[in-house]
Design a protein around this ligand. Structure first.
Ligand SMILES: O=P(O)(O)OC[C@H]1O[C@](O)(CO)[C@@H](O)[C@@H]1O
Length: 636
């Protein structure tokens, strides 16, 4: 090899390594043949068969180096495996579903044959683009959200499937999948994962019934210690519920023990047989799992989290009360002060107020409707709220709802806001439709299982033989009771479901303030935010493979809108906050321990950026806002 060629080669390799801090390699493959085959590239042809030209590959045979972001170029990382194997299989499953259940999908969605065919073609091409590490294509749909996506694609440091960060590519694939539906008029409301999610719900009815029965006993207001213990228990129920994730299992049905189950009833089973109560000797009891999996929680901040969150809640409640007293005394001191002009979109009632106040039936002044100040100016929330950034539908959402119900019933908080995904996401993530579906199903489920109890020990000589214990019956009455109450909470605004676009963007949370200032500020109104699951965890850590002993707070890289609780079973190779030596110990036990969801963390950061007057005017009223009653911001 000539000096020139050698230096050219070296400079290319060092270039590739240099850029490895954020993204490895230029990723400028253009051939569709195979992304690891260089034989047809101009460099090879120019070099000819006499010179062994080693073109630097962006792929490295390593795990993700410490402090780099996860990406598909590290061949010993889960990101590589996931992009190469899991995602294509997830897309294949979508194609299979559309082919197998075409008739059903068309009836449900109103799509034509052609539309469904187009969608299948779209997904097939998407899968091919992913597998051949193509450059991202821009979205074709013309919506403000799609335009923003296109800007991010343009600005991305690297716009190839394997060489950009794993989280960007994964989010991009799900966004494209959604575009496949958006481009077909009849598939606007089609969720390619609906069947998988419905089956997952059906497969979890038994543990839901078991949990529901116990949760009902936790609701009556209890004394401090019990309340704390129950809060912690429910956090742990939420943690292990995160094992049920259809993206990790590539859509195969999983139960809480991670066992892949047959989702459909036994072949040939009649409808009557399907209705007959199941008699088995075991109960899938999530409370028992908490005890059994005690040692699998690698970081358990639950006690600290509960103490600090309750203290913060008490402080917020006092501030709200103080504010209310202040406005009440102000109102008493200003008898008939002329009202300032109403906010632009103020409803009729507020307009009447401006004209001198509404008058009651008897001629007495009617009670003024409460004024909601402009959220951009508010520095004290209107309500004590707890936020849950949801992950998976089915059993995991059920567990979130139980925790939310407990917090409200114990009067710890007044409202719970659930943040869900606007579009189908990572197979089993909750969408608003899934939220409705889950509550509807809980309200209507009909389940019964009889479980014979352990026979008593044989009686000692002379003792009368004890009567056999009654068969334990697991039924769905409690689940239906909870479901009814959840619907009532939704109807009266105690539960609020929000689906901001940011949750389905490719950005990590340290950049939330930059990309979605309003959402960041919205979270600041919460007493605490619970982030569920692995994807949220990756986004909390900026998708960075930080040193496993780095504390949770520095790992968040400045993302502190409110106290944060992260509850996650470990399904990707990044983690923080481990005690020294623990990571190495676990690696010795099983090199793939981070990919299986067998271990979990409950981590807490109590630090929060104080709520100040917003830097920007509110989105809805903007500069028009006059700081008066705000009829649209009911979720703050
Ligand atoms: O539902 P979760 O807990 O966010 O897990 C999502 C799964 O998808 C991934 O985010 C990647 O596909 C993994 O990290 C994890 O296996």
């Amino acid at each position: 090899m000539s000096k020139n060629e050698l230096s050219k080669k070296n400079s290319k390799s060092s270039q590739a390594l240099k850029s490895s801090k954020t993204s490895i390699g230029s990723g400028n493959q253009t051939n569709t043949k195979s992304w690891e085959d260089d034989s047809q590239t101009p460099d090879f042809i120019y070099g000819g068969p006499f010179i062994k030209l080693e073109k630097p590959s962006p792929f490295l045979d390593t795990a993700t180096p410490i402090n780099l972001q996860l990406q598909g170029t590290f061949k010993k990382s889960f990101a590589y495996y996931s992009l190469k194997e899991r995602m294509p299989r997830i897309l294949t499953k979508v194609i299979d579903y559309c082919s197998r259940e075409g008739a059903k999908i068309k009836t449900k969605s109103g799509a034509s044959d052609e539309e469904l065919r187009n969608f299948i073609q779209y997904v097939t091409k998407l899968k091919n683009d992913l597998m051949t590490n193509k450059k991202y294509s821009k979205l074709k749909v013309d919506t403000p959200e799609a335009k923003r996506w296109n800007e991010w694609i343009e600005q991305a440091e690297n716009s190839y499937y394997f060489t950009n960060t794993w989280v960007f590519t994964e989010c991009y694939v799900y966004r494209r999948l959604r575009e496949g539906c958006e481009l077909q008029k009849g598939l606007q409301n089609f969720d390619p994962f609906d069947e998988q999610k419905e089956k997952a719900f059906e497969n979890s009815i038994e543990p839901m019934c078991v949990v529901a029965e116990k949760v009902l006993t936790m609701l009556p207001q209890s004394e401090k210690d019990k309340r704390k213990a129950d809060f912690i228990t429910l956090l742990k129920i939420c943690l292990w519920a995160n094992k049920c994730d259809l993206s990790l299992s590539v859509g195969e049905q999983v139960n809480l023990q991670g066992v892949v189950e047959a989702a459909t009833p036994a072949e040939g089973a009649t409808a009557a047989e399907a209705q007959t109560p199941v008699v088995q000797n075991t109960i899938l009891d999530p409370f028992q799992m908490i005890t059994d999996f005690k040692d699998k929680i690698l970081v358990d901040d639950s006690s600290k989290a509960v103490d600090q969150v309750i203290a913060k809640i008490e402080a917020i409640a006092k501030a709200i009360e103080g504010e209310a007293n202040l406005s009440a005394s102000k109102a008493a001191l200003t008898p008939a002060a002329p009202t300032a002009p109403a906010a632009p979109a103020a409803p009729a009632a507020a307009a009447a107020e401006g004209a001198g106040g509404a008058v009651g039936a008897e001629g007495a002044p009617a009670e003024e409707p409460p004024k909601i100040p402009c959220p951009a100016k508010m520095v004290i929330p209107q309500f004590v709220m707890f936020d849950i950034v949801c992950d998976n539908a089915g059993y995991e959402l059920f567990a979130d709802l139980c925790l939310a119900h407990f917090l409200v019933a114990q009067k710890i908080v007044q409202k719970v806001r659930f943040h869900v995904k606007k579009i189908p996401w990572f197979v089993s993530d909750v969408t608003p439709q899934d939220f409705k579906y889950t509550i509807y199903q809980c309200r209507s489920v009909n389940f019964k299982k009889e479980v014979p109890q352990e026979p008593p020990k044989t009686a000692a000589e002379g003792e009368a033989a004890a009567a056999p214990p009654p068969t334990r019956v697991i039924g769905s009455d409690s689940l239906r009771t909870l479901g009814d109450q959840w619907q009532a909470f939704l109807d009266d605004g105690t539960f609020i479901v929000l689906c901001d676009d940011f949750w389905t963007s490719p950005h990590t949370y340290k950049d939330m303030k930059k990309y979605d200032y309003n959402l960041y500020r919205k979270l600041q109104f919460a007493a605490a935010v619970l982030f569920k699951g692995d994807l949220n965890y990756r986004k909390l850590l900026g998708e960075r493979n930080c040193n496993p002993v780095l504390g949770f707070e520095p790992a968040l890289q400045g993302f502190i809108p409110a106290p944060i609780i992260a509850v996650r079973t470990v399904k990707a190779d990044l983690i923080c906050g481990l005690p020294k030596g623990r990571y190495e110990q676990l690696m010795k036990l099983d090199e793939q321990w981070m990919q299986k969801g067998d271990y979990g963390v409950i981590q807490f950061c109590g630090k929060a950026e104080p709520l100040k007057v917003a830097e920007k005017p509110c989105l809805d009223y903007g500069e028009e806002c006059r700081g008066l009653g705000c009829p649209v911001h009911k979720d703050l």
